[in-house]
Design a protein around this ligand. Sequence first.
Ligand code: ATP
Ligand code: MG
Length: 462
Amino acid sequence: MSKETRKIETPQPIRGTQDIFGPDAEAFAHVVETFERVRKLYRFRRTEMPVFEKTAVFSRSLGETTDVVSKEMYSFEDRGGESLTLRPEFTAGIARAYLTNGWQQYAPVKIATHGPLFRYERPQKGRYRQFHQIDAEIIGAAEPTADVELLVMADQLLKELGIADGVTLTLNTLGDGTSREAWRAALIDYFRAVKGELSEDSQERLEKNPLRILDSKDPRDKLFVADAPRIDDYLSDEAKDFFARVTGGLDAAGVAWVRNPALVRGLDYYRHTAFEFVTDRLGAQGTVLGGGRYDGLMESLGGAATPAVGWAAGIERLAMLVADGGGVAERGPTFAVIAETRNVESAASAICAGLRKVAFGSHRYEWSADRSAISVEQFVTGNPRKRFERALKASPSICLILDDRGNEGNGAISIRAKAVAPDAEYGMSFWEPLNSILKDSFDVRGQRVDFNREVYLFPKSA
Ligand code: ATP
Ligand code: MG
């Protein structure tokens, strides 16, 4: 071996990926947890989807002319020579799963999921190459009530997250197939007349996908978007009626919305309702949640015509709004447990285990406090003084300090309990159950301890 130790270079993370930690991670988790609560409230069923699919799942359903398919997909050949793609969105994969698993039997089915997605984009604040979404879909329901339910759910989610202020629901209809076709033709006529002044991208979109010009962020395009033909002039009576029932439902449910006649979704398969929740609090990345009705999607994947509607929201963008609003308070542990001597270390572990069972209601003792809010942390590093300092720094409500120093030789354990939280008021309804839980914790371990004699538990204010 050579004497020179070669320095190993640490591989750097992939551009556009994030390692989320600390307050950002708490905000992220808060978004997901709140979404889980809300989707259960609305009785959406959870699904877990593969992160990759055959490329055709996305290229067929999203449309070859969309930005996602033409520029943003992470596609590769696997070792078997098959073209696969890391999912850039959820809906196409869910539609594929619906068809290949025969989920028609559950229709109409309400589905929710969340996880990572991949798009080759220019990374910036609120825009990443691996990002995360929460996603909700109703498949097999043609009724506008389904659109309403999804929008009310999205609205409630934002309110539960405390970020609804300054976020606006913008709404449009793209009409049914016939309305959409007529509008499309009118848009082509209109933009063709100014073709030379449009962005290069939009010149290309013009014949293939003119609706996408309305979605352009390029100022050269925006100039002409304002006066472009509006869908309203091309809506069939049926399409008008559908939209009226959606807006009527929203009004009845008390969900505020504004009409944006230029709102189209980037993807080809949308019909009728299209919507975005937008904010100006995130700079250029102002869309936090978007979706709509995609009645045409299943056919593009070889399935029977199936009405469906859904939305997806960027977790990072929602988490940024949560963080801007003060973030998620990181609570200290309910109990900080410290063993002061080696002899009582395993007793401390037993107490932690006992208290943690209470938190899940699997301990026989019923505590009046909010069980789900109980948390327990054991401090084991450093000398006893260091442990105590670390414990206090974590802002626990109660410190439980175990030692055997006063009881030399007889194997007894003393537990001191210190109420640390300044405004904590712990009456007998608190100390009595705690006493029993601590006793039980030892019983569970099969360790015989005469508590009346050997364990002293005395509440003492800090
Ligand atoms: P944008 O116009 O911002 O590119 P989009 O229309 O491509 O959005 P959708 O495909 O509708 O977005 O995805 C829904 C949501 O997912 C967006 O509103 C946004 O919150 C989030 N999102 C989309 N792309 C990214 C990304 N690259 N990084 C982070 N979040 C994203
Ligand atoms: Mg995009």
